[in-house]
Write a protein that binds this ligand. Sequence first.
Ligand code: SF4
Length: 61
Amino acid sequence: MDIKVDFDRCEANGVCVGIAPDLFDLNDDDELTVVHPIPDGREADAREAIVQCPRAALTEV
Ligand code: SF4
């Protein structure tokens, strides 16, 4: 699986990073990066981050 970020919606609050810091990262400029593709076995946390994102900025693709 892979995850797409809607950067118009993301407010860099770090909820996804808190759930899966190995998959999501915020740099010093509050820019979010995501591991592509999501590694095998990490899909559950990736989907949890999608659900928990308070801005609905993450989409499974
Ligand atoms: S949880 Fe959503 S709004 Fe927060 S940093 Fe992640 S993608 Fe952005």
